[in-house]
Design a protein around this ligand. Structure first.
Ligand SMILES: [Zn+2]
Length: 301
């Protein structure tokens, strides 16, 4: 059995998993912004009674997840989380970025579907013959994960496949500075945080990204803002296509999954020069993608 834990910015979920199925699941509010130093204590407390049955611990974690340290970017603090958890759980621990875990879950889901689709593939079945897939989540921020030739792309310091920090074209004359220090990162233009910030300026009152999509799409300047954001994501996808050669981009997240946004991106990618065109699909895995992806990845390792 595997203990899988998803360490996010707002919540921490844990699950006991056997044969690719969740047997039990628990959640607590995240401690990243309140008591990050003691994170490993909270995680072991959450899973204490599962430890005797488990053989592996699989972590999906927000931030820059390197071999030795996790750099919690929003809390501006680094932790040797893998070592801490190996000492605490006394079990082997694998740790990957949460968007990378979701990417791995999507890749495994497509592989499993393809296996069961033979000998007559259904009309919407996805051909993953080159074993390359890119997952983009447009949510509070923009994250992602890449699978190239059947391998999850990782690197020693964890700063890879952070797709939100790919610089893209922006329709406005003014460049937007990203919190990473560069200008016109996709995240600075098209993330939920960026959309809410720019919409609040247009409407002259504080609005959330959810409210923007639910209430203000009829305002011409807001419609243009969303159009610019979907153009930025289209440009991001073209850049990714040029780098990875992927034929599949899974586009999810609380913004990326909004129908109007998702359809705009699909239409714009279809208008790119032919060599940049890729198939855009919604995620197959639900809310437990990070947990399942981390568990699938630990199993493979
Ligand atoms: Zn950036």
């Amino acid at each position: 059995m595997i203990i899988a834990i998803d360490v996010g910015g707002t919540k921490i979920s844990a699950a006991l998993i056997a044969d690719d199925k969740i047997l039990e699941q628990r959640k607590i509010a995240s401690v990243i912004h309140s008591d990050l130093t003691n994170l490993s204590h909270y995680l072991i407390e959450l899973c204490q009674d599962w430890i005797a049955q488990a053989t592996l611990v699989a972590i999906a974690c927000t931030g820059q997840v390197g071999d030795e340290y996790v750099n919690f970017l929003s809390a501006k603090q680094k932790l040797p989380l893998k070592d801490q958890l190996e000492c605490a759980f006394k079990l082997p621990v694998t740790i990957i970025n949460d968007a990378a875990a979701a990417a791995w879950a999507e890749y495994c889901a497509i592989k499993i579907t393809a296996k069961h689709d033979t000998p007559t593939p259904s009309a919407d079945s996805i051909n993953l013959s080159d074993d390359t897939l890119v997952y983009i989540t447009v949510s509070t921020g923009i994250g992602g994960g890449m699978i190239q030739n059947g391998q999850l792309v990782t690197c020693p310091d964890g700063f890879c496949a952070h797709l939100g920090h790919v610089s893209v074209q922006h329709n406005s004359q003014e460049s937007i500075t990203c919190h990473c220090g560069r200008v016109n990162c996709a995240e600075a233009i098209a993330s939920g945080t960026a959309i809410a910030k720019q919409a609040s300026l247009i409407l002259n009152k504080k609005v959330s990204c959810k409210e923007v999509f639910e209430q203000y799409l009829a305002v011409a300047e807001i419609a243009q803002l969303i159009d610019d954001a979907s153009s930025a994501v289209c440009d991001l996808i073209a850049n990714i296509k040029a780098v990875t050669g992927t034929n599949i981009v899974v586009l999810g997240g609380s913004v990326g999954s909004v129908d109007i946004f998702h359809q705009q991106v699909i239409a714009k990618v279809a208008n790119l020069p032919e060599i940049y065109q890729v198939r855009i699909t919604p995620p197959k895995m639900g809310a437990d993608a990070d947990l399942m992806g981390a568990a699938f990845y630990a199993n493979k390792k």
